[in-house]
Every structure is written in structure tokens, then in C-alpha cells.
Design a protein around this ligand. Structure first.
Ligand code: 13P
Length: 287
């Protein structure tokens, strides 16, 4: 069964650990993450971007796949299926398809419009028992080859959005998606502390988990971060393992061309990465 992320995140906030959101791209990704969560007895959030949603044929295909895996793989840990950086339309489509958690990213709108659109989703999500993530202060990243340094959210705006009744809040603290540039100044803990002081108990979400040093992750958790998103790092280890398999000529040996063999090293690499992150975030044994 899919669950809302509310209970797992409130527990994480109280227990001073974080639940990982790992983005999925296909069957192998989903299977690797679910099996690792079960092995680690950790709650988990499967993230689906709108692009990945299209790639996997659409939201109902994903709901069917994830629900089927939970049953067939005997997954007993709490699993939330979450739309990552959703548009308003995307959020509604995922609610209709049966997702158990939604992110509406209105951070690129003026704050008034972000508030209006987030408010419109709060009620629906409440009635359906779906968790809702809002965002203030956009998370930087690579766009057209230019890497933005990551905005810092205005703590007062964070308070305004938190008060709408969302479940969790993503706020920019200098974090960016993808690899961090060599001259990245690091997370702004002053901003994080100021946001925490404004929003109180609201579980905070740290996007751009790839490449943030372990000590910064731990400090962020101690300051109120209860959900950490990781995507690129799983892609990188999958790519490295797949490249190695082919460079070693294993696809040319025997039935090495069989996709079940070809994709196995990458799948194992995702499992190892997810386990490493769950240990770092402190969610092992918390299911
Ligand atoms: P990374 O790709 O940098 O790990 O970021 C993931 C993320 O924040 C998804 O919303």
C-alpha cells in the first residue's frame, strides 16, 4: 500500500533523521530502491518528475508498477509515491492517478501566485490524505549550460507558505540540482536556521542531495531537514557500472547481451548508493 509522507516525515523530524526521496526512471530503478528500503527497514519516498512520468508512459502506469512491486516483492516498509517539482496541472493529474504525495513547485511564480495555487491544492490533498510539498526560493541547477548558485528563500515567505497547511516545505538554502560546481560556497545554515525559527515544526526538505558533503547533510538534519532528495547520484553510479560492464566486453560474452544481465550491475550500484544514503540520513531501522 502507498502511504502519505506525513507520518514518516513527522517521525523523522522528531527523531532527528531524514527520509530519502530517490527519483525513479524505470522498473530497475524502482525495484532497486524498494528492495533496499525493505532490506534497511527504512521508510522511503519514490520521486517522479514530470519528465520521468512521461518517459514511463504516464502516471497510471507508474502507480500500477509501484503498487504491483509492493505486493510482489512483499515490501512492508512505508512507501510514498511523490510527484517531484510538479506544475499545478501535473499535481492534479497525479492526484487523479493515485499518487500518495505531491510537490507543487510554485517557486518561480510571484509569492502571491505561489500562495494562491498552493492553497488551491491544500484542501484536496487534505481530504484525500495526500501529503503536499510546497517550495519557496527556487533551487538552482544547470540550465542551458549555466549553473546557478541556488537561491536562499526569504524566511518570512516560508512562514506564509508553511501556514497554508502544507505537509512539508522545500526552501532554497543555496542548494542546487545536479553536480555542484567547484566554487560552490556550500549550504547557507544561517538561512536554514532563520527559516526553521519561522516555520516551527514544519518538516523541511533539502533538494539537490547529490554531492552535498556528509557533514553538511548531518548539520542540515540537526537544523530541521526531514526529507532529502537524491537523483543525479543514482544516475551516475548506474552509468559508471553499465559503462564498466560494456568496456570489459561482458556484453559480448555468452548471453551478456540479455537486458537482465546488461542492466544488473547498474541496478546493484543503485542499491548500494541508496543504502549508503539511508545510513547517512539515519533512516535505517525506522520503518
Ligand atoms: P540531485 O539530482 O542533485 O540529487 O537532486 C534531486 C532533487 O532535488 C530532486 O528534486
Amino acid at each position: 500500500m502507498l502511504v502519505s509522507a506525513k507520518e514518516m516525515l513527522n517521525k523523522a523530524r522528531d527523531g532527528k533523521y531524514a527520509v530519502g526521496q530517490f527519483n525513479i526512471n524505470n522498473l530497475e530503478w524502482t525495484k532497486a530502491i524498494l528492495l533496499t528500503a525493505e532490506e534497511c527497514k527504512s521508510p522511503v519516498i519514490l520521486g517522479v518528475s514530470e519528465g520521468a512520468g512521461k518517459y514511463m508512459c504516464g502516471y497510471s502506469t507508474i502507480v500500477g508498477m509501484v503498487k504491483g512491486m509492493i505486493e510482489n516483492l512483499h515490501i512492508t516498509v512505508p512507501v510514498a509515491l511523490h510527484l517531484d517539482h510538479g506544475t499545478f496541472e501535473g499535481a492534479k493529474a497525479c492526484i487523479n492517478a493515485g499518487f500518495s504525495s505531491i510537490m507543487f513547485d510554485g517557486s518561480h511564480y510571484p509569492i502571491e501566485e505561489n500562495i494562491a495555487k498552493t492553497t488551491a491544492l491544500v484542501n484536496t490533498c487534505d481530504i484525500l490524505g495526500i501529503s503536499l510539498e510546497a517550495e519557496v526560493g527556487s533551487i538552482g541547477g544547470e540550465e542551458d549550460g549555466v549553473v546557478g548558485m541556488g537561491e536562499c528563500a526569504d524566511p518570512k515567505e516560508c512562514k506564509m507558505v508553511a501556514d497554508l497547511g502544507v505537509t512539508m516545505l522545500a526552501a532554497g538554502i543555496g542548494n542546487i540540482h545536479g553536480k555542484y560546481p567547484a566554487n560552490w560556497p556550500g549550504l547557507s545554515f544561517d538561512t536554514l536556521a532563520a527559516i526553521k525559527a519561522e516555520v516551527g515544526d514544519m518538516p523541511l526538505v533539502l533538494h539537490g542531495g547529490t554531492g552535498i558533503p556528509d557533514d553538511m547533510i548531518k548539520k542540515a538534519i540537526s537544523l530541521g531537514v526531514a526529507k532529502i532528495n537524491v537523483n543525479t547520484e543514482c544516475q551516475l553510479v548506474f552509468q559508471e557500472a553499465t559503462r564498466k560492464y560494456i568496456e570489459e566486453g561482458k556484453d559480448l560474452q555468452g548471453k551478456g547481451f540479455d537486458p537482465r544481465k546488461l542492466l544488473a550491475p547498474g541496478t546493484e550500484a543503485i542499491k548500494a548508493k541508496v543504502k549508503e544514503k539511508m545510513e547517512l540520513f539515519g533512516s535505517v531501522g525506522k520503518a
